[in-house]
Design a protein around this ligand. Sequence first.
Ligand SMILES: Nc1nc2c(ncn2[C@@H]2O[C@H](COP(=O)(O)OP(=O)(O)OP(=O)(O)O)[C@@H](O)[C@H]2O)c(=O)[nH]1
Ligand SMILES: [Mg+2]
Length: 441
Amino acid sequence: MFQDTIAAIATGDTMSAISVIRISGEDALAIAGKLMKRDFSDVRGYTLKYGTIYDKDEPADEVLVSFFRAPRSYTGEDIVEINCHGGVYLTRKILRLVYGAGARPARPGEFTQRAFLNGKMDLSQAEGINDLIFARDEVNARSALHSLKGSVRDILEPLREELVQIIANIEVNIDYPEYEDVHVLTEEEIMPAVRKWQNDLHSLIQQAQDAVFIREGIDTVILGRPNVGKSSLLNALLEEDKAIVTDIAGTTRDIVEGTIRLDGVTLNLIDTAGIHETDDIVEKIGIERSLQALEKAELAIVVLDGSMELTDSDKDLLERTKDKTRIVVYNKKDLKEIPDAVSISAANKDVDALRKKILEIYDTQIIHARQDTLNNERQIGLALQAEEAMQDAHNALEEGMELDLVTIDLQRCYDALMEITGEYTKEGLLDEIFSRFCLGK
Ligand SMILES: Nc1nc2c(ncn2[C@@H]2O[C@H](COP(=O)(O)OP(=O)(O)OP(=O)(O)O)[C@@H](O)[C@H]2O)c(=O)[nH]1
Ligand SMILES: [Mg+2]
């Protein structure tokens, strides 16, 4: 399908024991043959050969080469993978020899793009591969692996199937009114289905948004007046002494960041300068940054000193954060425990009550993040388009429009759903429709 043969280092451009150079395309076997002074044109797929790579007549490296034959390869084309020794200099040199023998540099993602265009995988699966490579934790890796295996298509399949049935029925009735074997659907029959689809799409989008939110990590700011124990709390959650802790009010003047994972939730934590009235110019700037961090954060942890009466600064902060998703924690529980509150002792690393509260707040989202759903903003955006089209279909039905107009909205919905996996073609829908009705015409 593609004319040119592409090549790239598959293992990353760093020092390692072994590097893999991947070559894909019509000339892959010929290029390997040329560099190794052998004829691989009849080599079988899934075989491994040992040999020498030559730079003109000089041996450059001893290598193991894997062969995959079209169409049974990652890209669907002939693929050769040269396993050479992993020095950066050597790997780059062999890559240059590969280019010299007729391959061109692959663009980022081009192997996977070919796999997609050659029908080896759908778009959501291709995205899954990238997500798997970049996964930072178990939840991310698991969902990426599932989408790689086609979970997105599986999720969408029932809805598409029902949708295509109804579109097909309407189209056939419009195009072949004389064909009597096909039941003529009425508005009354379609409306309940439309309502159900709207519900399905709505929960799918909700679930996917929750999952994306949890997987990307929750931006969390730790706020409080000076000396309540914010930095101690950051350190306790991170289980390391990242931020400086002293009994001097105003110790933290800039923001300190860290990331924690709690049972599949990632929190991007920010410790801030204690908020209070001050004339110190450095502290003032720090406080300004604390307030900016509050603006941007999704979750605010407001730290109070449980061993003391609330001060005006505390009250002011509680007021400022009242519309945010927030957790108010009472620290210094070793000095005084506050009943019926999230009571912790940061200095003693006794912060389980807070961990529990975080998991409680994000309970539903965490469950959603563990389920198979749509995986990124592109997919969610298309699902939103599908939902909008379905709403239009709903409105059209309510206004008593003709079914051939309603079907335009249903088709838009179907198109958007197909685009999620990149499978959409207008012909595809028509083939689908007509393959269901043996009209003999
Ligand atoms: N008794 C007790 N002392 C604590 C606890 N947590 C923190 N402290 C003490 O409170 C003081 C201030 O702690 P920090 O963590 O530096 O407080 P902070 O809120 O970051 O203060 P600033 O950076 O100045 O805004 C230190 O002396 C800590 O040892 C606790 O749970 N119990
Ligand atoms: Mg501090």
